[in-house]
Each structure stands twice: as C-alpha cells, then as structure tokens.
Design a protein around this ligand. Structure first.
Ligand SMILES: [Zn+2]
Length: 319
C-alpha cells in the first residue's frame, strides 16, 4: 500500500477508499450520484446499477457498448449506463486498473463536462498497490479504421501515445492538433478540457427531450462565430484536448490497457470504439505483456510524469 500515488508502479492499482460524486445527469437533467469503490486485482472497471431491485453489473469493455451518439453508453439486457467516458478517462489518466462504480440511475453525472472532478475524487480516495503485475495488450501491427475522412489507427509502441487532429470550419476551432503520451504528459493537460456543443444543436436536442441537463456549466457552447460561455476557454486548444480525453476513455473500454501509437483524424466515440474492437477481434493483433516485459524507455506507460506536450495553441498543417 502507498499513501501517495506511485506513478512507476508495474503492479495493478485500485483506490484506497470509497469516494462519492454527485452532479447533474446530462440527459435527464436530474441529480445523479456515483460511488467509487476499491476492487480486486484483474477486475477492471465495473459499473453497478444499485438503484434496481436486483443490482446489475456491467463491465466497462467494448462488448458492452450499446451506443456512442453524444456519449458512450454501456448496456446489458435493457439496463444501461450512459456518459461513462470521462470517468473511464480519469481512471486511466491516473493509472487505476480496478474499481467498482456504483451508479444510482442510468447516467454518470456530467459534472463540468471534463474529467476534472473525477480525477479529484480518485486522488482524494488515494491509491492501493495490489502487488499483482499489470498486464497490457501491446499491438503487433498497424490496425486502421476509416470512415469517410475520419481515421483512427494504431501502430506498435511501448506506451500509449495519442496524436489527435480535429478540423472544424468554425472560427473558434479550426484545425487543432495534440500529441499526448500516457505516462509522460501531465494528466492535468487534458483532465480539465470540457466537452463542447453548438447552440443550435443543443436547442434541437433539448426539444427532442435529450440533454435536459446540458448547460454552460457542463460544456463549451458555441454559436456561429464564437464561444458563448462567459468564462471563455480553459486552454486555447481545449477542443482537441477534450478529443484526447474522450479517446483515452474510449480506449479504456478494453479488457486490459492497450499500448501503441494512436493517430486520430476527425475521430469520435464511434470510430474509437471500432478501433478497440478491431484490435481484440483477432488474437494475432496484440500480445499480452507485463510492464517488466516491455522495454519502456522511461517510466511505466501509465505513469504521470513530465509534461512534454506542445504548447497550447492552434496549429496549422498536418502530421
Ligand atoms: Zn467527452
């Protein structure tokens, strides 16, 4: 057991204590609360609907993804839990392998639209070294998913690196690129980046009975020319940072953590989930290794270490 987070752990990690988080559900607009609890080694992240007469457990893996529009939804039978991606991203950013997430309804609260509050809760719960080797799925070859001009691909590497590029013909977004390496980049470089939406879409979705909890409190909202939120942006390139945050959450929908160099162009939840699915569709695509077996040049692929990212600015050009 360690009292402080040990980012170099080659062992599996769970949280030390329970942590409760309460907020608004994006879709229902009602209060939603979750309780994070420690879990045994090799459990992964499991969501449990506690509000049902007979609680239903849903593992956070791609086999249980039922919907990727607006947010990632997990389901088992007719029981669902939506908006799981930012919490999953927080677990992965901080190197937590195993945890139970008890949910009192069909949604994880949206909080401020980023992973910030989830990271705070995990940090306050503390970390527990479980003395069992951490295993990863190291991809052995290039695997690519394309849908029109959207691309998600992964190539072999010793750690999980995500290079993302977004292109929006909107004056406040434009072309943004970011490279983030789990274990080398500081988690705070992306943990506070909020989700975003367009005023006209939000109005239409609300009329359709969706995103009833959506507000300036939990998203960057844009009109035709600018960011409408009075406080503005948290990072100049907050949009691409949030895409990376989402991708880390979506890549956490794997039975064990994936390591490889990921390139994403105009990607989103759906294509991220398809890439994870393609990796695990063929056992020839990856090799299960402990971190001791991987020749990691620096700390573990899950370490939270030095910041090496590009400075926050809108970039032109391509990679
Ligand atoms: Zn998101």
């Amino acid at each position: 057991m360690f009292r402080r987070f040990d980012p170099k752990s080659h062992h599996q990690v769970t949280i030390r204590r329970e942590a409760r988080i309460e907020g608004v559900g994006l879709h229902s607009g009602k209060t939603a609360s979750i309780t994070l609890k420690p879990a045994l080694p090799n459990t992964g992240i499991i969501f449990v609907r506690r509000d049902l007469e007979k609680p239903v457990a849903i593992p956070a893996t791609f086999e249980f993804v039922t919907q990727t529009r607006l947010a990632t939804t997990l389901g088992r039978g007719d029981v669902t839990i939506s908006t799981v991606e930012h919490l999953l991203s927080a677990f992965r950013l901080l190197g937590v392998d195993n945890a139970l997430v008890e949910v009192d309804g069909p949604e994880v609260p949206i909080m401020d639209g980023s992973a910030s509050k989830f990271c705070d809760a995990i940090l306050s719960a503390g970390f527990f070294d479980q003395s069992v080797p951490r295993k990863v799925a190291a991809v052995k070859k290039r695997i690519e998913v394309r849908k029109g001009d959207k691309v998600a691909l992964i190539e072999p590497s010793n750690r999980l690196q995500i290079k993302a590029r977004i292109e929006w013909s909107h004056p406040a977004i434009g072309v943004q690129e970011l490279s983030y390496t789990l274990g080398k980049s500081d988690f705070q470089e992306i943990s506070k980046a909020r989700t975003f939406g367009f005023l006209k879409d939000v109005e239409a979705l609300k009329k359709a009975g969706l995103v009833q909890g959506g507000s300036y409190e939990n998203a960057i909202v844009l009109d035709d020319s600018r960011v409408v939120n009075p406080e503005g942006l948290r990072y100049e390139d907050e949009f691409v940072r949030h895409k990376v945050l989402d991708a880390i959450g979506d890549f956490a929908l794997s039975p064990i953590p994936i390591v490889g160099n990921v390139t994403l162009v105009k990607a989103g939840h759906e294509i991220h989930a398809e890439l994870v699915q393609s990796i695990f569709s063929n056992p020839e695509n990856y090799e299960v290794k402990t971190l001791d077996e991987i020749e990691a040049p620096l700390d573990s692929p899950f370490a939270v270490g030095q910041r090496i990212m590009k400075p926050a600015r809108v970039l032109q050009g391509s990679f």
